[in-house]
Design a protein around this ligand. Structure first.
Ligand SMILES: [Zn+2]
Length: 82
């Protein structure tokens, strides 16, 4: 049984992650910061990260991601994805 963090290294997730990054033009957050590391925010969680629907995934910079996660704590926020 793989952990969630291990699953995020799966080629299926890496491919989807890239798709989302390109769809969002490499940012979807309010700060317009082009320097900070980008992460993918899951609005809904699934057993496997690549099962998430594209509309449930958002490209956020690391700082905005932390803010969003703080305001919307999910049961799995401690394993939050990037
Ligand atoms: Zn941001």
């Amino acid at each position: 049984m793989k952990t969630y963090m291990e699953k995020l290294k799966h080629p299926k997730w890496q491919k989807k992650r890239l798709y989302i990054l390109e769809r969002d033009n490499f940012t979807f957050c309010y700060c317009n910061d082009k320097e900070t590391e980008l992460q993918i925010h899951h609005l809904k969680y699934h057993k496997d990260p690549w099962e998430a629907k594209n509309e449930d995934l958002l490209t956020l910079c690391k700082d905005c991601h932390q803010l969003v996660t703080a305001y919307n704590p999910s049961p799995r926020s401690e394993e939050h994805t990037f």
